[in-house]
Write a protein that binds this ligand. Structure first.
Ligand code: ADP
Length: 473
């Protein structure tokens, strides 16, 4: 089967969060399973772009209303990622350091989608299925169905995978003329709440809709930033498929970013060495349990609760625990987290920013990983921490509900129901007690390390769904 994945991110080419990890791994496993898989993404000014060789396989012009942007399709020459990688180079729009956050993001990602479809339409072979990811690619299913110049793609099944339904790519109808020509009888399809809503359009037009966990599929029926009723309507073509993790990239036995590699047989010593390295780097006490957080510092992740929870837990357990935060996002939260540095020196530290290498070391060297998320469509951090023998402390929501079971129920982690300072601190207290019972602690760590979250199994669920929609043709 020939599969196209179209995405704004893909690890290790360009990453902001879990979307990149998924698009960097799922295609590789699909390719290994015998399918021909291609990933298409924008060409940002990243290290990967500079350090790898590309050849231009197509070029053209994107017409976006009155704008005209030249573009190139660049193929990575050696398929080093385990699938064919194509970058859509539109220098004026994407030759920038950051992936998102520009005033012209609508123009950027719309141009990307148009250039991608121009190229795919012009190819001699037609793919079997096009898998779009999140709102940045949400207009593709619409354009395939209704834009005159993509008529050739009308019968190709498209699928939208929702990694985060809170972000929807809305814009005004004043930009309608950006879209390639289509029969205006279909204009209503673009509308949601008086805007063009890219995610809603994808959900309406795609042949199948997937979320990245089964629980998140249930949750978006009542919490989806205004799209709840739409998700209810399309339930018949929706499926929740739990993400996997790339067990080659995330392998404590081989991970080159660790101080010491370890397996389920040697984890006690291995984790301790990584912890010592981490504690050295951040002036923490390696004899005390280490609680860490990795992620975007936003309300969605419970980031606003962290400063209060950290202060309370540190004062209740004075000099008995360490807390380490790696992340960035909301400036108020960042400042609040940094304001605790003085009071809890030696037991608390932060790294405000993004650091892939440090994240790996934290998964390995921590005892517990905090994830007090309000919304978590799947969450990969808890799966990485399980694989590295670090016990996740999670709020029961979305994919966290599907992957972490409380140790009180013979599970692999610590769970709480509310995204509140009280619930977080209560869970930290349970963790402190557990830490003192090394036999029990190690038993739970082993359960986590032995859990199979690999893509091999999950990737088959995607293939089954593609087959289902292909057979609908
Ligand atoms: P998100 O909602 O951000 O996509 P996920 O749990 O699905 O959350 O994925 C987060 C991914 O991003 C993980 O690979 C995690 O290690 C990584 N990550 C998040 N923030 C940082 C950071 N500040 N530094 C390094 N890696 C980070």
């Amino acid at each position: 089967m020939e599969i196209f994945h179209i995405s704004a991110e893909c690890y290790p080419v360009a990453k902001v969060g879990g979307l990149a990890d998924v698009v960097g791994a799922l295609p590789k496993y699909q390719n290994n399973a015998g399918h021909q898989v291609r990933v298409v993404m924008p060409c940002y000014d990243t290290k990967f772009r500079k350090e790898n060789d590309f050849e231009c396989v197509h070029w053209g012009h994107v017409k976006l209303g009155n704008f005209n942007f030249p573009f190139n399709i660049l193929k990575e020459k050696t398929d080093s990622l385990g699938f064919e990688l194509y970058l859509v180079e539109i220098q004026e729009l994407f030759d920038r350091k950051d992936i998102y956050g520009y005033q012209d993001d609508i123009e950027r990602f719309l141009s990307f989608q148009i250039a991608t479809l121009d190229w795919i339409t012009g190819r001699s072979e037609i793919p079997d299925v096009i898998n779009c990811h999140d709102h940045h690619t949400g207009l593709i299913p619409f354009m395939m169905l209704y834009c005159h110049k993509y008529e050739k793609l009308r019968n190709i099944p498209s699928m939208i995978t929702i990694h985060n339904g809170l972000y929807q790519g809305q814009f005004g109808f004043d930009k309608l003329y950006y879209l390639p020509e289509f029969d205006l009888a279909h204009v209503k399809v673009l509308e949601w709440d008086n805007c063009i809503n890219s995610l809603a359009v994808a959900v309406k037009c795609a042949w199948a809709v997937t979320t990245v966990s089964p629980s998140y599929l249930n949750e978006i029926n009542y919490y989806a930033n205004g799209l709840e009723s739409l998700f209810n309507l399309v339930r018949y073509k929706s499926r929740g498929i739990l993400n996997g993790i790339d067990i080659e990239v995330w392998d404590p036995a081989k991970d080159a970013m660790l101080e010491k590699n370890y397996s389920v047989k040697t984890f006690e010593k291995g984790k301790q060495e990584n912890k010592e390295k981490l504690c050295n780097l951040f002036n923490l006490d390696p004899t005390k349990p280490l609680f860490s957080f990795i992620g975007r510092l936003l309300e969605e992740k419970g980031g606003d609760l962290l400063p209060h929870a950290a202060a309370l837990a540190l004062s209740e357990n004075y000099q008995q625990i360490n807390i380490l935060i790696l992340g960035s996002g909301n400036k108020v939260i960042e400042n609040q987290l940094n304001s605790l540095l003085q009071d809890y020196k030696g037991n608390y530290n932060t790294f405000i920013g993004y650091n892939e290498e440090l994240a790996h070391l934290i998964y390995a060297g921590s005892d517990f990983l905090l994830m007090p998320s309000r919304v978590e469509p799947c969450g990969l951090n808890q799966m990485y921490s399980l694989r590295y023998g670090t016990i996740p402390i999670v709020r029961r929501t979305g994919g966290l509900r599907d992957t972490v079971i409380d140790f009180g129920d013979d599970g692999n982690g610590i769970c709480h129901d509310q995204a509140t300072v009280g619930d977080i601190c209560y869970s930290i207290q349970r963790a402190v007690d557990l830490y003192d019972d090394k036999k029990h602690l190690n038993k739970i760590r082993k359960i986590g390390m032995n859990t199979d979250h690999s893509w091999e199994r999950v990737c088959q669920e995607y293939i089954e769904l593609y087959n289902l929609i292909i057979n609908k043709k």
